[in-house]
Design a protein around this ligand. Structure first.
Ligand code: 16G
Ligand code: ZN
Length: 531
């Protein structure tokens, strides 16, 4: 086949180091940039096949998120802006790991198994983060797409959620928005500006927000977006990428893990601050109190804030919509108790990784999902959006109901439903605080986090530990879970679990209990049980 001749010729320019095997982990391939050229080229090929199969535009994002600057990675985005399906993750691994001479056979096999029509057209969107290696790696993706005669649109530097947004817009014939950065800024900022109209007396202080851009793409894109916000948000941007190193002692992951402020942010007492990660799909908030204590408002706190707001509005609007919150085992026990007992919303716990949360959130009329690390968003079902829109336009309904429906409608529009998005989440949080007249301290006081500790344990083979019950219980090796149970019993308000990391060669341990001291000793004892 002439097409395959081109692939064969071009793939020789992107040779695979013999014997190198990589894993399509929780969020795609991720490793040191030098090892990724062949993977990029081949993911360009696979994206073309996925596009032919789905008869839709597919996305490819070149990023390693919060990893060090030297790393890079790639992930595929499916037609509605969601993560690619598990079967295709498996194909991604087969294609990336095929030795040079086996590549065409592997591609041919996938085409046969998926009954792909080679004559079907294909279109792929490409985005990349600001890493020095990202430009040439995305060029390799482009080579792959073109060598299989796919049509490519290279957006250049984008946040990961922007790329997801573009794909969703394109495949919904722009019903979701226009697939351009301007379309993205316009949609989100218009909704934000409408929302804050419901909070007319905001002071300059209330409009002021400190943002740590992790020296990454989020900082760039936020600057681009600012004019669209019509001064309704006044941003002091730190770690903008001019001079500072990506993710180095800054960004959402650093702040969450260290439970302390990032380098380079000059925060005054009580000031509202947030941090993005390196590709701007995660966000955490924080402030420092008058005693100099650092307060983190992580993904759990964000989920609680948003779901409380939505529940109030849905009730006010008199709509019959079920709200659910999806968390992982890392959610602080206090947040789960608050949501279930005080807020009376349904809470579900699923495995780590956005695709699992996203999937579970789709089962509700309104599904709020967040990982404690700050990755999350809200999904509104099509019928929920229809009901909200109808009520917002209904001239026969009461002013109170109508106003609630209008706020809900703008909440839908400020939200990036394709995937968790630091910029969109930031606007949503800012709007919710403004509309409810809540200070950061009042938000923080909704519940008090239990002290918690995360540890890593290096073992020879992490696959000896398998888990069940959304990773909260270990199935193997025999005896491990019994040992953890016995340790947990010795503390108050305690919980602990052990799971193999999906992104590193390590075992992760999580513990929480009534005091930090108890938490730390529980975490230590569980680590010892793993050895
Ligand atoms: C990936 C996931 C993130 C998860 C993390 C867990 C996506 C887009 N990202 O970064 O959601 O929290 O992995 O890593 O799914 P771990 O398995 O090493 O703990
Ligand atoms: Zn990220």
């Amino acid at each position: 086949m002439a097409l395959f001749e081109e692939v064969s010729k071009k793939s020789a320019l992107h040779p695979k180091p013999a014997g190198l095997l990589l894993n399509y982990g929780t969020s795609g391939f991720r490793t040191v940039a030098e090892q990724l050229d062949h993977v990029m080229f081949r993911m360009g090929l696979l994206a073309v096949l996925r596009s032919k199969k789905t008869k839709a535009t597919i996305g490819v994002m070149v990023t390693a998120s919060h990893n060090p600057e030297e790393d890079n990675g790639i992930k595929l985005v499916d037609p509605m802006g969601e993560m690619v399906t598990p079967t295709w993750e498996e194909y991604a691994m087969q294609v990336a790991n095929a030795e040079q001479e086996a590549l065409l056979t592997v591609l041919g096999d996938i085409m046969k198994r998926e009954a792909i029509d080679i004559n079907q057209g294909a279109a792929v969107f490409i985005g990349r983060d600001t890493r020095p290696s990202s430009e040439s790696l995305s060029q390799a993706v482009l080579d792959g797409i073109l060598s299989l005669a796919g049509h490519a649109h290279d957006y250049g530097v984008l946040t990961t959620p922007q790329l997801h947004f573009m794909v969703r817009c394109e495949n919904t014939q722009s019903r979701y928005g226009n697939p351009t950065t301007e379309g993205y800024y316009q949609k989100l900022s218009q909704a934000f500006v409408q929302l804050v109209k419901h909070a007319p007396n905001r002071t300059d202080d209330q409009k002021h927000l400190l943002v740590d851009g992790a020296n990454g793409v989020g900082a760039l894109k936020l600057r681009e977006m600012e004019p669209f916000l019509q001064k309704e948000l006044q941003i002091s941007l730190f770690n903008k990428g001019t001079g500072g190193k990506l993710n180095f002692q800054c960004g959402a992951d650093y702040v969450k893990v260290q439970q302390g402020p990032p380098l380079g942010v000059e925060m005054l007492v009580g000031q509202r601050c947030c941090s993005f990660d390196g590709d701007a799909d995660r966000i955490v908030y924080y402030y420092s109190d008058s005693e100099g204590r650092f307060h983190l408002l992580d993904g759990d706190k964000i989920a609680t804030l948003i779901s409380t707001f939505l529940k109030k509005l849905v009730t006010q609007a008199g709509l019959d919509l079920q709200i659910g919150v999806v968390q992982t085992a890392y959610a602080n026990g206090s947040s789960t108790r608050y949501l279930e007992n005080n807020m009376k919303v349904t809470v579900r716990c699923v495995e780590t990784g956005v695709k699992h949360l996203h999937h579970a959130a789709q089962e509700f009329d309104i599904g709020v999902y967040f990982e404690a690390n700050g990755h999350g968003t809200v999904l509104f079902s099509e019928s929920a959006v229809e009901k909200i829109q109808q009520l917002a336009m209904d001239s026969s309904t009461s002013d109170e109901k109508k106003s609630a429906a209008q706020i809900l409608e703008n909440t839908v529009n400020v939200t990036n439903q394709a995937v968790g998005d630091a910029i969109s989440d930031m606007l949503l949080v800012e709007a919710v605080l403004a509309v409810q007249g809540l200070s950061l301290q009042q938000w923080d006081a909704m519940y008090t986090d239990l002290p918690n500790r995360q540890r890593k344990v290096k073992v020879a083979d992490k696959s000896v530990i398998t888990t069940t019950d959304a990773e909260r219980r270990a199935l193997s090796p025999a005896g491990l879970q019994d040992a953890v149970d016995a340790l947990v019993k010795q503390y108050r308000l305690s919980r602990a679990f052990v799971r193999p990391s999906g992104t590193e060669d390590t075992i992760r341990v999580y513990a929480e209990a009534d005091t930090q001291e108890n938490t730390d000793s529980l975490a230590h004892e569980v680590c010892m049980a793993v050895y």
